[in-house]
Ligand binder design. Sequence first.
Ligand SMILES: Cc1cc2nc3c(=O)[nH]c(=O)nc-3n(C[C@H](O)[C@H](O)[C@H](O)COP(=O)(O)OP(=O)(O)OC[C@H]3O[C@@H](n4cnc5c(N)ncnc54)[C@H](O)[C@@H]3O)c2cc1C
Length: 408
Amino acid sequence: MNSPSDFDVIIVGGGMAGASLAIALAAENIRIALIEAVSPRAESQPSYDDRGLALSLASQRILISLDLWDAVSSSANPIEHVHVSDQYHFGFVRLHAEQMHLPALGHVVLARELGRILMERINVTKNIQFICPAQVKDIVIHPEQAEVTLLQDGNTSEITAHLVVAADGSYSPVRKILGIKTDFRDYGQTAIVTNVTPGKPHNNTAFERFTTQGPLALMPSTENRCVVVFTVASESAEHYLNMIDDEFLAVLQSRFGRRLGKFQRLGLRKFYPMQLIIAREQVRERVVILGNAAHTLHPNSAQGFNLCLRDIAGLAEILLPAVRDREDPGQRRLLNQYHDLRRPDQVQVTRFTDGLASMFYNDLPHKIWFRNTGMLLMDICPSLKKSFALRAMGLHGKQPAMVRGLAP
Ligand SMILES: Cc1cc2nc3c(=O)[nH]c(=O)nc-3n(C[C@H](O)[C@H](O)[C@H](O)COP(=O)(O)OP(=O)(O)OC[C@H]3O[C@@H](n4cnc5c(N)ncnc54)[C@H](O)[C@@H]3O)c2cc1C
């Protein structure tokens, strides 16, 4: 018989990635421990803040598979149109859901709301034990199991599992404990996230405007609010954060223009430094690195969590049938299979976001000409536009069963 401290899977990090994976794996009757350092109710919870998340069509399908979409959709705002432009230049790309015979190209949901929905499900799922607040202090990988040392209320204790998943964020303590190195790049940009009410209806349009100071995104939210991701050079971030609201609104307005009328009612401003962090190993015997711990991307095309959800769907597709057949979920063969399945998508999305970050943060004349001509071509050429749209919706290449509308 199993002791209460023996699990099949231990997930470290109960943020968006860890909580979603726990729910995906709980479909099989396995014992899951979900370890989280910060209470979901705490103001300081780093994953579930007031960030607006654009969820792709692929993510919607995964959330439908996990039976979470009904709850998410009640507070989500559809994206029916996308408008991408380059400030002061001629290029633009427009996408319309109707032209693609879809009700929406994606949806915007607040991270805090998604967190509430994930936690509600975790709390009623019997085979998930949510251990919070607790921190992982050590991990030892044995041939038959992984042993994890927890620090909770000043006391240490040991738990074991066949598989440990590190979903503990960009600066992953688990990665450090295991000595997994990263490729790191600081973009020298900081994203200031806030929200505004535009003077005109947003008509469910998402705007991405590239400027030489960095991209500016406005995503349509409920009650005609817009979630703003305003990127600035990191050395001037404090200057923008210290501005009084009216001054900040004026800067925002001049960067975006008058397309949505006058901006009013600025929300709280929060900042995030933009970095590229890629774990050099994503799987090891009895270990998987997931979410921001595996790949932290520039948010310029709203891909991070969408990519992570497709990774979760891929991992569930490999592990659930194996667990059903009473196989060991931590065995290297299965984890390699997961890595091979997901690697092409991860590489493509990473190159795409990284390429956008350097291509648009640049005012060399040949780069301006190249990117604007590229955007115009994309706008007028249906096959290029379709390929761009499929990528934005997470439907490019070979995708996991849940994205194809199948159960794993
Ligand atoms: C400005 C901005 C806008 C974005 N917009 C989008 C978007 O529109 N669409 C999209 O798809 N993605 C977007 N992203 C990316 C998205 O936010 C990330 O992909 C997502 O947060 C990854 O979640 P995670 O759970 O991997 O990491 P995190 O959110 O960092 O969560 C990690 C969790 O691990 C916990 N933890 C850390 N250490 C320990 C430990 N030792 N023990 C236990 N727990 C621990 C932390 O408390 C935290 O809860 C955006 C990102 C930014 C910065």
